[in-house]
Structure formats: C-alpha cells, structure tokens
Write a protein that binds this ligand. Structure first.
Ligand SMILES: *Cc1c(COP(=O)(O)O)cnc(C)c1O
Length: 550
C-alpha cells in the first residue's frame, strides 16, 4: 500500500521531521507560553460560537447539492494544518451552513436551544476526557452519574428512602443506564426483557448462552414478538432486527385518531399471540409519539402486560419530562408500573445531543445483559460498562447532573408548561385562520396541521373533501414544506398520518414547540411565512414548477 499523493487543501510548506514533531507536541502541551498564543484562537472560537447563536434564521439558502460538492475531496493533508486556517475553513463551509436549531422560528423538530451552562461544561468535559466505561478512568464521574440517574428514577418510581439508600451506589444494582440516545435505551430495554423472559431454567443455561432459536425451542414457543402501536419510534425496528425476532416479530397495533394505541386491539393481539404460541418479549407504551405527541394510556397497557406476565416498557424519550409538571404529569399515569422507561436528556431536559437514559424498576434486571472482560470490567466491579450496550462513554452525566441542579424541578416544570401553552396558542391561531386546518387536538407540545388551498376551503369546512381533493392538498403541503425549508426564514417539519380516519394517508405539517425563546410573535411569523409561500405557489400556476426542490 502506498500513500496517495493528496492535494494540499490548506496552506502548508514542506516541513522537516523535527518541525512536525514540534508542531504535534505543541498540540498536546499546556505551557503558559502556548496558552497566550492560543488566546487569539480561543477568542476567534468564542466569536464564531456567539455569532452562530445570535443568528435567528434557521438556515442559509444554499442548495444541498452545492454543499455536497464542498465535501467531496478524499485526501488527508500530509502535513499538519494550521489551526487558524482550519477555523476559517470551518467558519466558511461548515458553521455557515449549519442549522440554527436554537432559532425561535425553528419549530419543527425535537432539537432546540440549550441553556448557556452547557457550553462551559462541554469544555470541561472534553478537557477532563473521562471514560465512564470503568472506574479506573472515571473515579468520581461514575458514582456521580449513578446519583443523577437515581434522582430521575425516584421521580418516576418514588420508592422509599431505604430503597434508594440501598441501591444508589451498590455495584450489584442498576437503577438506570446512561446511553447515547433513545434508540440505545429502547434496544437495551428490549435486550433486558428478552434475556429475562428466556433466561436460565432447570438444565437450560438461558438465551444469553444458547441463543434465540434454542431458547424458543426449550420454552416451546414458535416465535418471539414485541408489541406496540404503529406510532412506535423506528428504533424498535432496529431493536427487533438486532434481537433476532425480525420485522415480523415487531407487531404494530393500530393507533386511534387520538394517536394512542387502540386498547381493545392490543388485548386482541396479546390473546392471539398466546393462542398461537408466540412468546411476547415486551409490550411497549409510548409517551409522546415522535410524529404527533400522542400519549398511550399507560395504565391500561400496564394492566394488560401484568395480566399476560410480560415486560412493560415505556418509550418516554420525548414525553418523559412531563413528570416535572404538576399540571401535566397525570398524562404519564401508569409510567410508575413500567419495568423500564426511556427518557432522552437531549430532548425535553434541554441537554446536549447524545444523552439518553433507560430506567429500570427492578435494580437487578440489568444483570441479564452483564458482560465481563479480564483486562477491565471485572466481575463485581463498579464499572458501568459491564451492564451497557455501549463501551467507552464520555462524561455526559455532567450535563444531566448540572441540569437537574441548575434548572431543578420548578425550572423544568416551567419549561414543560410553557411549551404546552404556546402549542395551545398555535392551535388557536390555526383554528382562527381560514388558510389552515388543525388535524388533531395537540396532546402536548407537538401539533399537526395542514394548509388548505383557497379553492378547496369551502369543501374542507363542510368536511366534503374527496380523495382527489386530499391528494391535491397533500401535494400542496409537501411543496409548501420544502419551499419553506429552502427559503430558510422559518421551519416546520412534515409527516404523513394514516390514522386520521380518512380514506388516504394525509400529509401533515408538524410543529414542535419546545424552545423557551420562541414567542407568540415568532409563531405568528412562522404561519405568515407559510401563508406567503403558499400564495407564491398558487400564483406560480403549476405545482410541477416546485418539483425541483429536493
Ligand atoms: C427521539 C425518540 C426516540 C429516539 O431517540 P434518539 O435519541 O434519537 O435515539 C425514540 N422514541 C421516541 C418516542 C422519540 O421521540
């Protein structure tokens, strides 16, 4: 193998070996003299960050295809690049075209503004570079992480002081697992459920050593399934694949027009599985569906799971934070009966990306996924990596612990309540404006609606839209959403709803109102922007003219 001759992307004169050594060692060294040299770079960095955060437009208008061209060179520079010129490159090519997820008019996704304390903590976390996979690389951070997780565990399950004293720092117990996101949390939950329900018995060593086929054979089942609603997050498709039950093993029960799982249909599905000798690994309830914020009736699902003696998992990646709100926590009633609960810190806890959590009712259940290694992660150790899908992991607990302390229960309650109230404002505006149709009453802070072209409004108002009308409205809304995204002034996302009791799937505009900086005025501006763009589309005579928008 020979090194390819790369183009020199950044300025660089040929440097000798000692020069390179000097340069590289300077990257790692922390001398005072270097600190003053770095001052300029740090300032530049601070300015870039502040300018980015100050911009209130969601995006630039650059075409995605021209962005792709910027990132098509596959050559690694042979010599070290000067950091300042690299920062310039970043500023012009990456930062300039990044999405301002913190913009108050970016109200279409689950990613929004972060509290300011995240930035200094991020710097600290990166500087400390702890690895919580094992105690030897994270002495204080591991128990600190366990404490933060236990705090939320208590909010969900509210067990006794004695329970928490016994388990919070006991290496045999796992109250929660910090993971990279809701996906990893959901996979871990089903992994625990699978290994528990098909575990060792009598002379059978269990699924962990024998695998799925042998376990089903031993227990006398034909196949294994996971049951949830058709609004389950697609991370369950990944989980089903990884756990060996396949796509057909993930049974999606229909949801009703309230975006909740249809309870009689769930009961029927459970009965059918039992009659057909299918092993149910888990029943999943969703608290805050990703597409429209529906919250399943967790109490009813809990009862069904208990009756069937099946693991009950709640995916509260989005909606879990409602637990902080006196006014809205009743929507989560039944969550305390869940065997496991997923909550994303990077969603409604306003913490940075890559902070997912899984909470476990039984502190010993995670033992069924425990793995050890002789060089580290030893049996009986405190190492967090032994009961986790992921290995090396950063000190994300810093943000969680800080958020819980610096925002507190009252702070989170305020944030949750505000989001829901502003969503009500948006719902009211949509009801008032003839241009729009509300597609479902918002359950929390997600809202789905659509634009109705003028010539169809009368029929829409009388609920007399034909299938062809709906197709035209679908097409119109799809173009509207793409044009709005491309214009870059405001942002709303888009989904397709199949449970609205209409003859065809309906394209819906999807608002997510979580950014504390979003005001009612911002919401009005987003709607006005859509009305403006819709008029332009209508005036451009043919819908096809918008087709080139990717
Ligand atoms: C976001 C979300 C997930 C996936 O979480 P990631 O953090 O993106 O992996 C799963 N379920 C629900 C309900 C979600 O909202």
């Amino acid at each position: 193998m020979t090194l390819s001759q790369p183009k020199i992307t950044f300025k660089s004169a040929l440097e000798s070996k000692p020069e390179i050594e000097k340069k590289i060692m300077q990257l790692f060294a922390m001398s005072e003299q270097l600190a003053s040299e770095r001052k300029e770079i740090n300032e530049k960095f601070t300015n870039l960050t502040e300018d980015f955060l100050a911009e209130d437009r969601p995006t630039t208008t650059i075409e995605f295809n021209s962005l792709l061209e910027k990132f098509s060179d596959v050559n690694i520079p042979v010599e070290p690049t000067n950091f300042e010129s690299y920062l310039d490159y970043l500023a012009n090519n990456v930062i300039a075209h990044s999405v301002h997820t913190g913009s108050p008019k970016f109200i279409g996704h689950m990613t929004s503004a972060l509290p300011y304390f995240v930035q200094p903590l991020a710097k600290l976390m990166m500087a400390m570079n702890q690895n919580v996979v094992k105690i030897e690389t994270s002495k204080a951070l591991s128990p600190y992480e366990r404490q933060a997780l236990a705090m939320i565990h208590r909010l969900i399950y509210n067990f006794s002081d004695r329970f928490y004293a016994q388990h919070i720092q006991n290496s045999q117990s796992t109250l929660g697992i910090l993971v990279s996101g809701g996906t990893a949390a959901n996979i871990t939950a089903l992994w625990c459920a699978r290994n528990t329900s098909l575990g060792p018995k009598d002379d059978f060593p269990g699924i962990e050593s024998e695998g799925l086929v042998a376990a089903l054979n031993y227990y006398g089942y034909k196949e294994a399934v996971v049951i949830g609603s058709d609004l389950m997050h697609y991370s369950f498709d990944k989980a089903a694949d990884l756990l060996g039950i396949g796509a057909r093993g993930l049974i999606k029960v229909k949801s009703n027009s309230n975006n909740r799982i249809d309870i009689p249909a769930l009961q029927q599905t459970v009965a059918d599985c039992q009659a057909q000798n299918k092993h149910i690994i888990a029943i999943v309830g969703v608290a805050g569906t990703t597409d429209s914020g529906g919250v399943d009736s967790l109490t009813e699902i809990a009862a069904i799971a208990r009756e069937a003696n099946v693991h009950f998992h709640v995916d509260a990646a989005w909606g879990g934070a409602l637990i902080f709100s006196q006014q809205y926590q009743h929507k989560l009633a039944g969550i305390e009966q869940a065997d496991s609960v997923t909550i994303d810190g990077h969603k409604q806890l306003y913490l940075p990306m890559n902070l997912g959590m899984l909470f476990l009712r039984n502190p010993h259940i995670a033992k069924v996924i425990e793995k050890n290694a002789t060089y580290t992660i030893r049996k009986g150790s405190f190492d967090l990596g032994k009961r986790a899908l992921e290995g090396s992991r950063s000190g994300m607990a810093l943000f969680l612990h800080a958020g819980l302390n610096l925002i507190g229960i009252k702070g989170y309650e305020f944030l949750i309540d505000e989001g829901i109230h502003k969503t009500q404002y948006l719902a009211n505006r949509i009801r008032e404006l003839p241009e729009f149709e509300l597609l479902a009453e918002p359950e929390i802070n997600l809202l789905i609606y659509r634009y109705i072209p003028e010539n169809l409004r009368a029929r829409a108002a009388q609920k007399q839209l034909t299938e062809i009308d709906n197709q035209r409205i679908n097409q119109f809304n799809e173009i509207l959403q793409k044009k709005q995204r491309q214009a870059g002034r405001t942002f709303i996302s888009r989904t397709t709803k199949t449970n609205l009791e209409r003859t065809i799937p309906i394209v819906a505009l999807r608002a997510v109102i979580a950014n504390p900086l979003t005001t009612e005025k911002d919401i009005d501006e987003v709607l006005n922007d859509q009305i403006q763009i819709a008029l332009e589309i209508a005036n451009s005579t043919s819908l096809e003219s918008a087709d080139h928008v990717a």
